[in-house]
Design a protein around this ligand. Structure first.
Ligand SMILES: [Zn+2]
Length: 340
């Protein structure tokens, strides 16, 4: 028997306007128009809320992030925070696509739209020519803003770099830029297929040191700047555990880390947190069955990820950005959260 509420729902659906207005390209067009109408400072102005929620295309662009994304083949991306269907979302616009990551109860849901051959879109990142595709390439001569380089291991060949960005990185980057380091420009670079880095063997006790050695061996070729600044971070993303018994590992305050995409949502945030001076002791759980902040060292399946750093770890990261690592402390490796 069909309940009356279900009948009501069906009637609502039948009364809805046709979905033609919500095709991918029209949404991308409206997104670009919304972005073009933003104030140059990217202030938190609601600039687009033109559709009723049921249309499937309701979004709000609130703020352009002070973040530059460089995908392979010289494709750039710009990022925005806002809402999609009333839920907190992070948007990444690059040539021919728009990705939205929605944060819900510690999980990330990604909506990807092919922008097709949209032309005349304002403020679009453009494809540039003549650039080296080296993973550590940078163009800013002042260079010492925060640069984070993601190297996608060959064993993640089934996952596109755009999916890696939208699903695993975008939420963290938006939080870092909006709440932790609001005055810092941040650049994120993605590379794949880099010989002796993305094809390295891993899974043993010496994996992080092996990664560091491989980076150093290529430093001249790619100008990684490993010894020049503490603000250039390199992280290999892997399918499996980078070292025995852990989904991630990093040098505390250092420039090298490894993170498995098979772990919790917060693994990348956790390992980069270690590189930026955040620590386990300042992490917290919120409620018995609530959530776990990024730096918590144990992971309980019954709790979800808060998808943020505690106020204490935010301060630790800001302090690190001002002062750099404690160079008198012994060098230490730090692990990812392990199951409780
Ligand atoms: Zn840790």
């Amino acid at each position: 028997m069909v309940s009356s509420s279900r009948v009501a729902a069906w009637l609502l659906l039948l009364a809805s306007p046709p979905l033609a207005a919500t095709t991918a390209s029209s949404l991308v067009d409206r997104f670009d128009l919304a972005v073009a109408g933003m104030s140059p400072t990217g202030g938190p102005t609601v600039v687009e809320r033109s559709r009723p929620r049921r249309s499937g295309a309701d979004f709000v662009v609130e703020r352009r992030l002070n973040v530059k994304v460089e995908f392979p083949d010289s494709v750039s991306g710009t990022m925005y925070s806002g809402l999609l269907h009333g839920e907190a979302a992070v948007f990444t616009r690059s040539v021919n696509r728009l990705d939205a990551a929605v944060m819900r109860e510690g999980t990330i849901e990604v909506t990807s739209l092919d922008a097709g051959s949209t032309i005349g879109a304002p403020d679009l990142p453009s494809r540039r020519s003549g650039r080296s595709v080296g993973p550590g390439h940078f163009e800013n001569p002042a260079a010492y803003s925060l640069d984070i380089h993601f190297l996608k291991h060959d064993d993640l060949a089934d996952l596109s770099i755009w999916d890696v960005h939208a699903r695993y990185v975008a939420w963290w980057l938006a939080d870092l830029s909006n709440h932790v380091l609001p005055t810092e420009p941040i650049s994120v670079w993605y590379s794949a297929g880099v010989p002796s880095l993305t094809d390295m063997a891993y899974g043993g006790e010496g994996s992080l040191h092996a990664f560091e050695r491989a980076l150093k061996a290529l430093d001249d070729d790619y100008q990684f700047g490993l010894e020049r600044t503490y603000k250039k971070k390199y992280i290999v993303l892997t399918a499996n555990a980078p070292m025995p018994g852990t989904a991630g590992v990093a040098f505390e305050g250092g420039n090298e880390a490894m993170a498995s995409l098979g772990g919790r949502e917060r693994i990348i945030a956790h390992e980069i947190g270690h590189m930026l001076g955040a620590n386990h002791l300042s992490a917290e759980t919120r409620g018995w069955w609530g959530c776990e902040t990024n730096m918590l060292s144990i992971a309980n399946k019954l709790r979800h990820d808060c998808l943020e750093y505690t106020a204490a770890n935010q301060r630790a990261i800001r302090s690190y950005m001002r002062h750099g690592p404690d160079t008198t402390a012994p060098r230490k490796m730090a692990d990812a959260p392990t199951a409780e």
